[in-house]
Design a binder for this molecule. Structure first.
Ligand SMILES: *Cc1c(COP(=O)(O)O)cnc(C)c1O
Length: 435
């Protein structure tokens, strides 16, 4: 059962939460209760592979809505790539979440959501249409995750000329049930077009429109799984454990806080942010004052008004001081990101992408402020090769492209180009429906 963050009387099942994305009256869906995972069960995770752990947790969370054998199949199919926990130095670890097909952690959420929607769509003869606006990483993960999923068609809007070459290829070369639209405008205009279509009752009904943005509960749940996995890979210890998450919309760190509430022994959370420091200022002052967005090297974290934050605050009973005792927000500048990338490469032979470097910097800071009885897990959200334009000049070396990416770069583009105009866009959708 899922409940609205704004109105406790609005309660829906998983299907409605996932297909609608968010309550019509505003707010977000959050699970009504979180199941408790006993330490016995957590011990059994030590010898289990990631898809098995995911299946066990998914069963606890949503077995009322989806039968267990289906969940098992979804988990095996969605999580068919490695998750690595690496020790970099002393008590500091990196959790690598970037080994999926589009080389960023968003593959976990997008692949799980795609298969859930595909299952809910079984036996329906009318396809549903997923609209997504992207500034980069989400589009690739959604395109790859939904590719060839029966009963689901996807339209991805991105700002033409404003995303990286790799990102554009990941979105615009698949074809089949994935349509890519290069919009002559900004990301905000793309998002405005998606919202306008969703707000049009006639289009919404005719095309069975939904969206796959990061507030969809179907993207949030699978992010809980890898925190359980990570701690199962650490040996028993008397030390306290903190986890650092590079944060933009604060979805990933909300999943970590949910895992903690389910009984995972995480003693503290650190949210690394860019100079878009709304949450940090809020924790200090109690004032929510997003202001304008600043561009940084960690583009996926350039968010002034994080849309998952209400769900995080809800986990701490909307008590800012309580949240502040258990979650630290740590602001990292571009200079500090550059410094971290160069230093960890030379001292530890480890290459971070700009987002994960911000996380590592925040981890080092937290560790330095504690006594010696802590150990830290720093989440790495993207593969460095995705941001090689930034990294190569810093380290004075070229980063080798993985084979999967080489083949993406060789495929022809199938994107169409569209003006950033609501009536042109709606006309385009009506015409596209009949293709
Ligand atoms: C999306 C993204 C983030 C931010 O994750 P949130 O869940 O929005 O906080 C961080 N790093 C990378 C590489 C991303 O793509």
């Amino acid at each position: 059962m899922f409940v609205s963050t704004l109105d406790k009387t609005i309660r829906v099942g998983l299907r409605e939460a996932v297909v609608a994305g968010m309550p019509v009256s505003g707010g977000l869906y959050r699970p009504l209760d979180l199941p408790f995972v006993s330490s016995e069960l957590q011990k059994s995770f030590r010898n289990a592979e990631f898809p098995e752990i995911a299946h066990t947790l998914a069963e606890l969370l949503i077995a009322d809505d989806v039968p267990s054998p289906t969940l098992q199949e979804i988990c095996r199919d969605a999580f068919n790539f490695p998750v690595n926990l690496k020790r970099l130095i002393d008590d500091s670890f990196v959790l690598e979440l970037f080994h999926g097909p589009t080389l960023a952690f968003k593959d976990f959420g997008a692949r799980f959501l795609a298969r859930l929607l595909g299952w809910f769509q079984r036996g329906e003869n009318r396809p549903i249409t997923v609209l997504t606006a992207t500034s980069g990483d989400t589009g690739g993960a959604v395109a790859s995750g939904f590719y060839l999923v029966p009963g689901v068609r996807v339209v991805i809007l991105y700002p033409k000329g404003r995303i990286s070459v790799v990102q554009e290829r990941q979105i615009g070369t698949l074809g089949k049930n994935i349509t890519a639209l290069a919009v002559r405008g900004s990301f905000d205009e793309c998002q405005g077009m998606v919202k306008a279509a969703l707000a049009d009752p006639e289009l919404r009904r005719r095309l069975s429109l939904t969206t796959a943005n990061s507030i969809n509960a179907g993207r949030l749940l699978p992010q809980i799984f890898y925190y359980f996995y990570a701690l199962s890979r650490l040996s028993g210890s008397k030390k306290s454990t903190f986890v650092t998450v590079p944060s933009g919309n604060f979805g990933n760190i909300t999943a970590a806080a949910m895992a903690r509430k389910m009984g995972l022994p995480i003693d503290h959370l650190v949210a690394a942010t860019t100079i878009n420091d709304t949450v940090c200022r809020y924790l200090e002052s109690g004032r929510w004052n997003p202001g304008t967005v600043h561009s940084t090297l960690a583009t996926a974290m350039d968010i002034a008004d994080p849309n998952n934050f209400p769900r995080l605050l809800e986990l701490y009973a909307r008590d800012r001081l309580h949240l502040g005792r258990e979650v630290t927000a740590s602001v990292v500048t571009d200079d500090q990101i550059r410094e971290t990338i160069v230093r960890t490469k030379s001292k530890m032979a480890y290459l971070f992408d700009p987002h994960s470097a911000a996380g590592w910097q925040a981890s080092e800071r937290f560790m330095a402020a504690q006594s010696s009885s802590w150990r830290g897990i720093s989440v790495a959200t993207a593969h460095p090769v995705k941001f090689r334009e930034t990294i190569e000049p810093l380290i004075g070396e070229q980063i080798e492209l993985p084979l999967s990416l080489q083949s993406v770069l060789e495929r022809p583009m199938t994107s169409e180009t569209l003006e950033a105009d609501i009536s042109v866009w709606k006309e385009w959708l009506r015409e596209w429906e009949n293709r």
